[in-house]
Design a protein around this ligand. Sequence first.
Ligand SMILES: NC(=O)c1ccc[n+]([C@@H]2O[C@H](COP(=O)([O-])OP(=O)(O)OC[C@H]3O[C@@H](n4cnc5c(N)ncnc54)[C@H](OP(=O)(O)O)[C@@H]3O)[C@@H](O)[C@H]2O)c1
Length: 270
Amino acid sequence: MPTILMSGASRGIGLHAARRMLDIDPTLRLIVLARGEQPALPRTTVLRADLTSLDSLRKAAAQISEPVDGYVGNAGIQMTNATTPTADGYETTFAVNVLAHHLLLRLVPLAGHARVVLTGSDAHFGDLRHNLGLIPAPKWTNPDQLARPNPGRSGRGAYADSKLGVLYLVHALARRGFNAYTWNPAFTPGTGLVRADRIGNVLFRRVFPLLPGVNTAERAGDQLAAAATGPLPAPSGSYIDRATVTPSSAASYDEAREEELWAAAERLTA
Ligand SMILES: NC(=O)c1ccc[n+]([C@@H]2O[C@H](COP(=O)([O-])OP(=O)(O)OC[C@H]3O[C@@H](n4cnc5c(N)ncnc54)[C@H](OP(=O)(O)O)[C@@H]3O)[C@@H](O)[C@H]2O)c1
């Protein structure tokens, strides 16, 4: 029985993806990390874990003794500021969107063939075509600084930085022999992603889903399930935009930054 470890399966895109993966493969078992609401899914073990806490992640990882056949790191957060510290003193967006994946992948035993899929975002491009003017462009700096609360950065700016960090992490994983991919849902309004912003949340949940051409959580869930369990889409390190393998931004291919992030993530999660 294959087993996939997944975060961000309690709602939104991830809940649809989890259901889809379980539907497609009746032998599949999921281990889901969830901090609050427990998703009602068949053949699923829920481990309580808050991705803002390294201690919580370590306790959850310690409960996984058998190698898993895949990791779907879909949990993600968008805040209204970049100043909220986690219990470990890190900026919350960076902690959840980058450091949590890194720590889990260092602690959880993975089978040799295991596929790792991390959910990225169009926000990493930082141009009007991809972020529709809603999210500032990433301003990548030293990862030790990005990991700390920063009154000079907005919550959305921190989100863009963190999603560029996801690309760097995936490239560093691929270099280390992991079978790793970044998957991008593109603009998928209607989910809980911007719930921290009250007005933005109303627009995101009720108004933006009416726009033509946007993705839906259901469709995105199908696409994430395909990226995680379908035929191997492309060489390790590739970027999958919804269902298509395509290059990510030019800035996302930067070995020096990728290795600097890896080293910082090792230190920060040690
Ligand atoms: N929607 C879009 O337009 C869009 C576009 C590009 C990328 N994405 C990415 O897609 C992924 C899914 O987002 P979504 O739109 O489906 O949003 P969502 O409905 O808010 O789902 C986010 C998921 O992440 C989990 N999560 C967040 N913080 C957590 C924490 N501290 N500990 C444990 N779990 C935590 C949430 O759990 P709780 O239920 O406990 O909050 C939830 O399951 C994210 O990585 C997001 O960045 C979304």
